[in-house]
Design a protein around this ligand. Sequence first.
Ligand code: FE2
Ligand code: FE2
Length: 149
Amino acid sequence: MAAISEFFSTQHRACDRVFEKMEEAVSRDDWPQAESLYKELSRDTLQHFSNEEEGLFPLFEETTGMQAGPTQVMRGEHVELRELLQRIGDAVQARDRDEALGTAETFFLFLQQHNVKEEQVLYPMADQVLQGVLPELSDKVPGFTPSGE
Ligand SMILES: [Fe+2]
Ligand SMILES: [Fe+2]
C-alpha cells in the first residue's frame, strides 16, 4: 500500500478500535471509562479530520485543480460527523445510555461509508497524483513520513 493510503487508513482503524471500546464501556454503564475513551476518540478523530482538511485535501485540490470534487464532498461529511461526535459526547456526559448508543450507531455507520469512499477512491488517487509533493504533506500532517516509515 502506498504511503498516503497506508497512513490515513491506519488512522481509521485506530479510531475504530477506540470507538468499539467506548461503546462497550457505555453498554456496561462504566461511565468514567466511557468518558475517558470518548475524549480519546474525539481527539483522534478531530486530528484525523484536520490532517485531511489542512493537509491532504488542499494539496490534492492544488495539484489536480479539482476544487469541487471528492474533497468537497468529504469536507461536507466531516461537518455532519463532527456534529454526531459532539452529540455522543453530550450523551456520555449526561450518562444517557440509549441516546449515547443510538447516536454512536448512526455515527459509526456514516463514518464507515465515509471511510470506504476515502480508502477506495480518494486515497488511491492522492497516492498517484501527490508523489512529488509528499514532503509538503509531511509538513502539515503530524507523524506522516513520505517513505511510510
Ligand atoms: Fe475524512
Ligand atoms: Fe479519513
